[in-house]
Design a protein around this ligand. Structure first.
Ligand code: BTN
Length: 262
């Protein structure tokens, strides 16, 4: 295992702002928490080799052994008319899938809203958060956690879903620096097109990568459970589910399970 080197990442960047300020910590509580508290420049990035309080969606923790993952947060500071967190999360998922294909030839898919899967196993998660100043959106933080070098016995035993790492899925040697730089390069292009109003095209790309379009799903929303066929995703990034009675239900939050895994 080699530690990350931010100079190598910078050498591969083709961006104007994303990743131009890049901080690396061998160890940190959580890159998202650090970005929330300390980073205020559009495009600033923080990376770590280990998080002792890594955070996942829905209050869960994100655990990964030292030096085995990509753990990074990117700060976006929209000037005005910012895209919704939902759309930014979907856009980030599309970027990661494109980068895995482009750099490693891996075909990954997305499980709504933000789990990146390879052969149905989770390899990467995205935690998008916002920070307010008064009632104004001050910044958006995209946190990316991607399993890279883990062997199958290095995942926490309590996880209720199948997991994998990039190294387990490809014969190609995986260089975290290149993947990180490419994610940042593509993220800037994606963000610029979102700001330019090209939301529909991004949603369309997300649909093409979706793991469960047309499949039976169960969406858990706290006490509420929606069961039906996943029909589509709408322009706001909500999942469209049709239940057994033919009722169309838009779902904008919750945890989705494929019926075959329930
Ligand atoms: C999920 O639950 O699927 C989202 C996981 C997101 C984890 C990443 S790791 C880098 C960043 N810092 C955190 O504390 N969380 C995100």
């Amino acid at each position: 295992m080699t530690s990350l080197n931010s100079d190598i990442i910078s050498a591969h960047l083709r961006t104007k702002s994303i990743g131009r300020s890049l901080e690396f910590f061998p160890e940190i509580d959580s890159t998202n928490s650090y970005a929330k508290q300390h980073l205020n420049t559009h495009g600033a990035v923080v990376l770590a080799d280990y998080q002792f309080a890594g955070r996942g969606r829905q209050g869960r923790s994100w655990v990964s052994p030292k030096g085995q993952s990509i753990l990074m947060s990117v700060v976006l500071k929209p000037e005005k008319g910012h895209p919704s967190l939902q759309i930014i999360t979907l856009a980030a998922a599309v970027v990661i899938i494109d980068v895995l294909k482009g750099t490693l030839g891996i075909r990954a898919q997305v499980k709504w809203p933000n789990d990146i899967l390879i052969h149905g196993k989770k390899v990467c998660g995205i935690l998008t958060e916002s920070a307010l100043q008064g009632d104004q959106m001050h910044k958006i933080i995209i946190g990316i956690g991607c399993n890279v070098y883990q062997t199958s016995n290095q995942f926490p035993g309590y996880l209720k879903y199948p997991v994998t790492s990039l190294s387990l899925e490809t014969e190609t040697p995986v260089d975290r620096h290149l993947i990180i730089a490419e994610i940042l390069n593509q993220l800037e292009i994606m963000y610029d097109s979102l700001i330019a109003g090209e939301r529909a095209a991004i949603i369309d790309r997300w649909r093409q990568h979706c793991f469960h379009l047309g499949k039976p799903v169960r969406v858990i929303q706290g006490e509420n459970v929606v069961v039906g066929n996943c029909m589509n995703i709408n322009e706001e990034g909500a999942l469209i589910v049709e239940d057994a009675r033919g009722k169309i239900i838009p779902v904008s939050s919750g945890e989705i399970h494929l019926e075959q895994f329930v």
